[in-house]
Design a protein around this ligand. Structure first.
Ligand SMILES: *Cc1c(COP(=O)(O)O)cnc(C)c1O
Length: 458
């Protein structure tokens, strides 16, 4: 195999700076050993998220110059609408400034307290917006989707039997919609198969339940279908995407992912009456129908990003770059979740860092060591983020997996950065004493990982 190789060349560069180790020791200490509290300019390779961090193309940047900033009816909206209609087939296109606003508008109009919304796994803003309406967000991903060492081509699939049983037990009147996240972000960026999408759609339609995708990474999911599912290797990614959307009634979208833009999103749907209701809420909380919280130039950047994201040279490089990093880590004996997903590599830190007890947060300690030794920012998805507290003893109960996520921004880092990241892991593996256990000195009552402070333990 000759690849992966970047299908673009560099025209503008953004310098990044590697501080000395002494400076990094000082910076992470001043940040109380929490990588969220670092300044981005003190980081060499930033793998915190793939959201809003994509590099735009020359075509997108030139689109910014023809932004039409008219309040109503700007030309960029019509381009935006045309591109999204072409990919999704949905008739009504409602712009929002990011994905969670689409969720808020949809759920505040559809959900009542006591309702439930099934999905493979809900993303955290999706779950929060459902719960904010007093409803329940229910995850029905297949069992393989929760087993890190099981290899399965479509770990983002919904368990069809569980879905059927769920509908029977809860009752259709309590399920105003069903959802599916493509790719399944919370489950590690794992795709769902067309067969599974078709079956989910059939069950929901039999029961008269509307079906919406959370489509943030629809192009990456479509590419996995092309690579892995029988009958799709000769279809274009765009044809596959159109088939995916044909099984649903609408979607929410964060264009900060597969929109290849730094901000933006949309709601798309067929049903006219619901679209009118949602548009009224849009005007109340976000903006007029033809801009929805975005500048005209940003609508243009998203429209052009969506035209580019189904390009198969791009997608091949994108998926293979993530896999390339995963393979290099595996070769160095670093345990990761397999197979690698579309947008990130998940390191099984609980297994990798075995000299630190659970209550000194091995995953978090690894994020600190990655910054201190190599200037890399990663994010812990494990003991700090998800610990629950026992009501009586106040002892922390940890999740099954203590992971560190390496999210790969789109078109930003080269394969030589991937090799650098893999070398940093090897270096830490060879020098385990650089990873030091932590104890918490401050924590907020909710979402503590964003702001909590630590001390290192001897
Ligand atoms: C990022 C994301 C969202 C929320 O989108 P924002 O643009 O960050 O508000 C929703 N669902 C999924 C799957 C996402 O990855």
């Amino acid at each position: 195999m000759l690849g992966p190789v970047e299908p673009y060349r560099v025209k503008v560069i953004e310098p990044i700076r590697m501080l000395s180790r002494d400076e990094r020791v000082d910076k992470i200490k001043k940040a109380s050993f929490n990588v969220f509290l670092l300044r981005a300019e003190d980081i060499f390779v930033d793998l915190l998220t793939d959201s809003g961090t994509s590099a735009m193309s020359d075509n997108q940047w030139s689109g910014l110059m023809i932004g039409d900033e008219s309040y109503a009816g700007c030309r960029n909206y019509f381009h935006f609408e045309e591109v999204i209609r072409d990919i999704t087939g949905f008739r009504n296109i409602i712009p929002v400034h990011q994905g969670r606003v689409a969720e808020n508008i949809l759920f505040s109009n559809l959900l009542r307290p006591g309702d439930s919304v099934p999905s493979n796994c809900h993303f955290d803003t999706t779950r929060a917006n459902i719960e904010n309406q007093g409803a329940e967000a229910v995850d029905l991903v297949i069992d393989e989707g929760r087993q890190p060492d099981v290899d399965h081509p479509f770990k983002g699939n919904i368990d069809i039997d569980k879905l059927a049983e769920f509908i029977k037990n809860v009752g259709v009147e309590k399920i105003p919609l069903g959802m599916m996240t493509i790719t399944n972000n919370t489950g590690g960026g794992q795709p769902a198969s067309m067969e599974n999408i078709r079956k989910v759609s059939a069950i929901l339609r039999e029961n008269g339940i509307p079906f919406f995708f959370d489509a943030a990474r629809f192009a990456e999911n479509a590419y996995f279908i092309k690579m892995r599912e029988k009958g799709y290797s000769d279809k274009s990614v765009k044809e596959i995407a159109r088939e995916i959307f044909s099984y649903a009634d609408g979607c929410t979208m964060s264009a900060k992912k597969d929109g290849l833009a730094n901000i933006g999103g949309f709601l798309a749907l067929n049903e006219e009456n619901l679209a009118t209701t949602l548009t009224n809420t849009l005007i109340l909380i976000e903006g007029y129908r033809t801009y929805g919280g975005m500048a005209g130039r940003d609508l243009e950047a998203v429209a052009r990003g969506l035209e580019e994201v189904t390009n198969e040279d791009y997608l091949e490089y994108r998926i293979k770059q993530v896999e390339y990093l995963g393979n290099q880590l595996t070769e160095s004996g670093i345990p990761i979740i397999k197979p690698t997903g579309g947008h990130a590599v998940f390191v099984d830190a609980g297994n990798f860092i075995d000299h630190i007890p659970q209550h000194h947060y091995p995953g978090w300690a690894l994020t600190v060591a990655l910054y201190r030794e190599a200037g890399i920012r990663s994010v812990e998805i494990g003991n700090v983020m998800f610990a629950k507290k026992d009501r009586e003893t106040k002892k922390e109960i940890y999740p099954a997996l203590d992971l560190v996520r390496l999210a790969i921004p789109r078109r930003v880092y080269s394969n030589s950065h991937m090799e650098y990241i893999a070398r940093a892991f090897k270096y830490i593996k060879d020098n385990p004493s650089y990873v030091k256990g932590l104890k918490i000195t401050y924590e907020a009552p909710m979402l503590r990982h964003f702001t909590c402070r630590f001390e290192e333990v001897a």
